[in-house]
Design a protein around this ligand. Sequence first.
Ligand code: NAD
Length: 473
Amino acid sequence: MEEHEHDLVIIGSGPGGYVAAIRAAQLGLDTACVEKEPALGGTCLRDGCIPTKALLEASERYEETKHGLAAFGVTVEGVGFDLGAMLQHKDNIVTALTGGVAGLFKKNKITRYRGHGRLEGPGSVIVESEGGADEAGNTETVVKLLAKHVILATGSEVATLPGVEMDWDRIGSSTEALSYPEVPEHLVVIGAGYIGLELGSVWARLGAKVTVLEYLDRILPGMDADTAKRARQIFKKQGIEFRLGTRVTGARVVVGEGCVVEAEGMEPIECDRVLVAVGRRPYTNDLGLASVGVELDERGRIPVDEHFQTSAAGVYALGDVIAGPMLAHKAEHEGVACAEFLATGFGHVNYDAIPGIVYTHPEIATVGKSEEQLKEAGIKYRKGKFPFSANGRAKALNQTEGQVKVLADAETDRVLGVHIIGPRAGDLIAEAAVAIEFGASSEDIARSVHAHPTLAEALKEAALAVDKRTINF
Ligand code: NAD
C-alpha cells in the first residue's frame, strides 16, 4: 500500500474542511484533504446553500417580473420561465464554485486525495477510492496517509422520519428538491425550518401549491419568536399553507405518480412530491472512530474541547459533525480557528456572534440572543424596533414589509441580539454581527453615521429606538 506523510490530513472538503486546509497551508503546514465526491466544496457548494440561492434568485426574478414591476410603472407582457434554464443557471454556479475550490487547493499547494477517508489508529488515515479516478488517473486505490494532526470535517446528512418511505425522488430531501424536472402541482414540505421555507418558497413562486407540515406550534424553531411569527404571516400571504402542531406519521409513493402523507389528527394529504426537511444529522459513517477510541454523544456528534480536539490526541473535529448550529459560516470559522490553533497554539470562535439567515423573500436574519433566551437567562434588556415601512430606501424598493429589532442589556446597553425581517436582511445582519463581536452598545450603532438613503438606516433607527428616540417613526 502506498504511504504518504503530511503535517495535517483533513477528511471532508466542505466549508469547514476546505477553509481549514487553506488556512493551515497559509500557516506553513503541509496539508492534505480527503474527499470522496468528485467535486470539492461539500454539501454547501454541491447541493446546499449555493444551488438553493441560485434557484431562490431565479424564482424571485420571475415572481417580481410577473407581479412586482407594475408598481414601478414597468409593464411587461407574456412573462414566463424556462425551468431547464433555471436549473442550468444553478448547475453552472455550482460547477464554477466547486472548480474554484480545486483552484484554491492548487494555489495553496494542498494535496487532494479522492476517496473515502477512515482513521486507522492515531495519526493514520486510510483512503479508499472506488469508481472514480484520482488526479493520477488511478481508478481503484488504497492509500495510507500519516499525519501529526487529523481534522474530521465530514459534515452532515439528511435526517429522515420513521414511517416516511423515502424513494429519493417523489419523496426526497433538499437534494431532489433542487432538481425537480417539472414544477410540482402540490408539494408537501415536512418541517418549517431553513430548508422547508427556502425551497418551499422557490416552488411556490414557480406555481406549486405548497403545504408545510410542522410538528411545533411555530415556524423556525430557535429563532426569535416575534420575528418568526411575522415571517409566517408574510409567507401565508404569499400563498404558502402552514399546518402547525402536525406530527407526520407516514408518507409513501402511491401507484401512478402521486404520494400520500399522513399525520396525526389530519386527513391524509395527496400530493405529487414530498420534501422532507426535518433537520440533518452528523455524518460519521465508517470514519474509524473506534480505532482512536472516540465515542459519539447522545445526538451522534463528535465531542470536542474548546480547541476542537476529540478525546484522541491529534484528532480534531469541526463543523456539522460537532455541536452547534449546522451553518456553513460556523464551520468555516471553526476551520480557521482549528488550523490557527494547530499552527500557532491560538484559535478562537465567538459563538455569541454567529448570524443565521433564511433567504426567503423577505429575508430573515438574526444574530445573538432572542428575547426568549434573554428572558430564560434572567437578563434584563431594552428593546428597540423600527419598521421598514418608515425607511425611505425600502419604500423606493417597494419592499416595506418587516422590521429591525435590537436587544440591548438594560444596564450596560451592550447589544445582545439583533433580529431582522425585511429586504436584504441577510446583508444588513453583518453590521450587527460586527457590533456584537466588538462589544458595541446600541448607542454605538445609533451614533455611527449610516448613509442616507439606505436600508441600513433601519438598523440605526432600531438602535435609537432602544432609548426611545427614533427620528423617523
Ligand atoms: P431545521 O432544523 O432548520 O428545521 C427542521 C424543522 O422540522 C423544524 O421546524 C422541526 O420542528 C421540524 N420537524 C422535525 N420533525 C418533524 C416532524 N416529525 N413533523 C413535522 N415537522 C418536524 O432543519 P432543515 O430545514 O432540514 O435544515 C437542515 C440544516 O441545514 C439546519 O441545521 C440548517 O441550519 C441548515 N440550513 C441552513 C440554511 C441557511 O443558512 N440559510 C439553509 C438550509 C439549511
